[in-house]
Design a protein around this ligand. Sequence first.
Ligand code: LLP
Length: 845
Amino acid sequence: MNNSIVIKFGGTSVSSLEKWLVISDTIKKHVETGFRVFFVHSAANGITDRLQILLKHKQDQIIEEIKHILQQLATDLNVSTDILNTEFEKLDNLLQLPQPSLHQQAEILAWGEVATHQLGLAFLQQSIPVTSLDPKHILISSAHDNRNNSSRVLSAKCDVTKNQTLIDSFDQSVYSMPGFVASDPQQNTVVLGRSGSDTSAAYLAVLVNAERLEIWTDVHGIFSANPHAIPTARLLETIGYQEAREIAASGGKVLHPRSILPVEQNNIPLHIKYTQQPDAAGTVLGHQYSSTAPRVRAISTRHNITLISMESMSMWHQAGFLGSVFDIYKQLGFSVDLISTAQTNVTVSLDTADNIIEENSFNTLVEHLSRVCQVEVFKNCSAVTLVGYRIRALADKIAPVISSFADQRIYMITQSSKDLNQTIVVDQDQADKLTRALHDVLITQAYQPEDFGPTWQELVKGNSPQPQFTPPWWQSHRMQLLKLSEQKTPCYVYHMDTIQQQIDHLKSIRAVDKIHYACKANAHPDILRLIHANGLGLETVSPGEINRVMQAIPEIAPDEILFTPNFAPKQEYIDASRQGLNITIDNLFILQHWASDLADTEVILRLDPGHGSGHHRYVRTAGEHSKFGIHHSELEQAAMLCKQHNITVKGIHAHSGSGILNYENWQRIIQYLTDQLNVFPDAYIVNIGGGMGIRENPGDAGLNLQALDEMLLEFKQRHPHIHIWIEPGRYLVAHAGILMAKVTQTKWKNSKGYIGVETGMNSLIRPALYGAWHNIVNLSKFDQPNTCTASIVGPMCESGDILGVDREMPETQYGDVLMIANTGAYSASMASQYNLRQPATEIIF
Ligand code: LLP
């Protein structure tokens, strides 16, 4: 038998009886077709993540969870749980080691695959004769690898070629092998890096000279972008190896980057198959699918990028500078990813998501580099990469999108010498926005059926648990709103049911002990009352806000109010303290100069977690460039001053910015704050701030509350005594508000159109201040087609008095009512009387 096939099933594809039935069916079908089948698999879902946690802190509960997952799987597969006893004993012994060496760490990480293997083998052997293969005898890591030790052991690479002796040794028709695991030439255990089972399968396909490699996953194939962020992403049904490699290396999650090159070099076709629809075509990789026409095939995003900027005058016209700098990276075993150079500056990126970067060795790197140049480090960046052929030829389409991002920081733009990719590095919270804008122009608008398959939306229609798009509240109340507009415009209208719904959403975050509404977003008394009636506290930042809250809700208990001012005068702290409010202190200065005024009280300290996030740089409220929070280097001193004055630090707080859509932001914050608890032993409250972003457009992915919930719950399980607080503003009220204004005049200048309305930046300053985008609709002509493009402007004497630039609108006339959406937050509360024009009136609906 010559024809071999390697099939690989990932974590979610080996975690239930249903999936194992697909595996045995697939094996049987391939055997019937005449193939010798090599089945490679990952660890059951959730095991390796937990093993990774155990490497850092040994926790009995996590060990129990691991055991429970596998015992449950054994029961589902109708396999005796006794099989697991030896494996459990092995794990317990490994976890006893006080300081496991790198190879022992590899053994701990590999344990999940090995244990899953025993179960799977027992299950398959009930219906198919399967022989087990030991990967440590088959995959031997390369002896020529000059990366650092941890990379060599925990993210090992193998050099493989077709192995005839090995091939000749096979006399059975089905073999099963755990992925991820290998050994070094001395037979010590190594692992191939996270998600390395793909690579195991690719290596095995080369060794046995397979006719085809099939990677079975829980997605349809490779898409033109992450479909969870961009539902209009299209399936790539065929793709050249080179493009697929670029996609995988630049953040595409379907294949592990290292798994493609071995099959590419040996011209083995790679098929990505969807476990839930075994007969669907998926994505096929092969040389024949490469094209040379200029096109972008995919846009990938990688988060957690660290940039190192190196500045030196001596670089200018000097030979050898770059050599000496890169020598430092080499000596310390850091692999550099992106590079951009200017006359006196070189900036490089390290991919912290894929590389194993230890804090200590990173600090050593920075220290060594600082001896030869000025070093600046930027963490939490994202790289957005366009992948395709001859991308430079598409510059006329790409440039306008990038230039519309000029307001945000673009750290670097690089392109590969082969013109196969172009990468733009931006702050992490801008990445999805940029990807969406690029995807719209380069893929959705340039769609060619021969390049792309169906969209993700089309593929999941009907069989997806995704909630259907629900139209915004104002759409179904259009006639009532038009009636209202006859009485008074311009006006903000607030829909209380939508606020209630948002409150309910936030309350579904199970681990949160107390929500405080940041009333700076909208301090309308009725809104404050509704929110408080739902059991939420209030967050205030000025005496004005405190008075508003107390007038609106006279019965409110003082400790339900947070007072979080910034650079406020001393008297405000003294007054708030006398009133019994929860005071948050965000500057060491206060403790250095006014601590005696706060003696014998309890306070919360606002810390600077070191990195800000948000929809615009003006709303990032942490990090070096922000005026908020106590710097890390001052924490010990703050603790000492509090102690001297008998001030009890009952909680610590951080708020990193506003309009944030990545739940990982709060993961970073909670981790940072918890790490500081040893400095503040009395603290039991961890306030992780607000900043929860909203869906601006119906097609936006929005904040994944469920992921936030799960992350916090997992945290709470580890720290059950900590009270978690949050203080959102926008999330509760933004969607609930609209602004209605009548058209005053229209104007055309050549091809440029302007539609003027009764109010502008005096009622809504966000577009002028942050370039914020608000949906604008002609309510009077709601069902009519868009026939013109115009900017919607207000009556103020400023060119920046624009509510929306170049919007597609229906034929719009004097007196029509325009509606500006998502103006429940930071609209009325930021309104002004500029030009002595009164802002819009507020109406409760
Ligand atoms: N906590 C603190 C300490 C804050 O400074 C803020 C907002 C919040 C909570 C609530 O953040 P939210 O959940 O609403 O994002 N004017 C800008 C937003 C500025 C937010 C300032 N601080 C805008 O219109 O986007």
